[in-house]
Design a protein around this ligand. Structure first.
Ligand code: AMP
Length: 277
């Protein structure tokens, strides 16, 4: 496994990789969710590049860029086990030198949900992904369903800008009790970790109501909100039932529908989602 910090070195080594090449963009502090993506990329491509870059431009000024957990040595050991060919881990100045002035912006689908709650977030995500795609030139890039809107936004950018790669979405990996794996789960104290189960409980309730024939999206949202409000440590950011392509809120659930939510547990903001099919 080669570990590369410079864009020029990444480009040079890219030329020697067997095609097709799979890219897995991450912010590091890897867990089983990241590793499941790396494994799928490994199974589908003879060459796998994993990037580790905590991208400052996708964090708001009041967000956790500085505190975001980092453990490079552990990450590298895990990626070595997954038979990663190249780990690309550039510095912030390597990716954003002084005078960096170009941005990629997708409109509409970025205006809702995470985009509404985190202004500028998706501009940072699309810009860094466009840069990674240009640097690594992957055949396929892999994203987790955990960040459903992110995958939708990236797919839209690739389609709109005729980028020459395929975007693959990988199912969400959960802890045995249902909590979606996230690097940010480390912020939760034991009491908050227990309270955080309310996200998956609310999603499971939506799934159950839908399976029982409930098609009224507002009724499902209402039941989810009622459940979450019973958890004193939870502070709801949004609960959404939306079209999986446009992210328009639905009155009537017509499959596939994206049920997603963002909830603060103490100071930690968690997101999760399921698709009703
Ligand atoms: P991050 O390091 O949080 O930026 O995540 C890197 C990639 O891993 C993104 O495509 C995420 O959607 C994906 N990911 C994060 N958590 C999970 C999870 N629990 N299951 C599946 N994919 C995940």
């Amino acid at each position: 496994m080669k570990v590369v910090e410079k864009i020029n070195d990444m480009r040079r080594l890219r030329q020697q990789l067997a095609e097709p090449v799979g890219l897995v963009p991450t912010m590091g502090y890897l867990h089983e969710g990241h590793l499941a993506i790396a494994r799928q990329a490994r199974a589908e491509n003879p060459s796998v590049v994993v990037s580790i870059f905590v991208n400052p431009t996708q964090f708001g000024p009041q967000e956790d860029f500085k505190q975001y957990p980092r453990d490079l040595q552990r990450d590298l050991a895990l990626l070595e086990k997954e038979k990663t060919d190249i780990v690309f881990m550039p510095s912030v100045t390597e990716m954003y030198p002084a005078q960096f002035n170009s941005w990629v912006e997708v409109s509409k689908v970025t205006e809702r949900l995470e985009g509404a709650a985190r202004p500028g977030h998706f501009r940072g995500v699309t810009t860094v992904c466009a840069k990674l795609f240009n640097i690594v030139q992957p055949t396929r890039a892999y994203f987790g369903q955990k960040d459903a809107q992110q995958a939708i936004v990236i797919k839209k950018m690739v389609a709109d800008l005729n980028m020459n790669l395929e975007i693959v979405t990988v199912p969400t990996v959960r802890e045995p009790d249902g909590l979606a794996m996230s690097s940010r789960n480390i912020y939760l104290n034991p009491q908050e970790r227990q309270a955080a189960l309310v996200l998956y409980q609310a999603l499971s309730l939506a799934q159950q109501l839908w399976s029982q024939g409930e098609k009224d999206a507002e009724r499902i949202r209402h039941e989810m909100l009622t459940l979450i409000k019973k958890q004193p440590l939870a502070d709801i950011d949004y609960v959404s039932i939306a079209d999986t392509e446009t992210l328009d809120e639905l009155d009537t659930v017509s499959p596939p529908a994206l049920v997603s939510l963002a909830v603060r547990i103490g100071k930690t903001r968690l997101i999760d989602n399921i698709v009703l099919e």
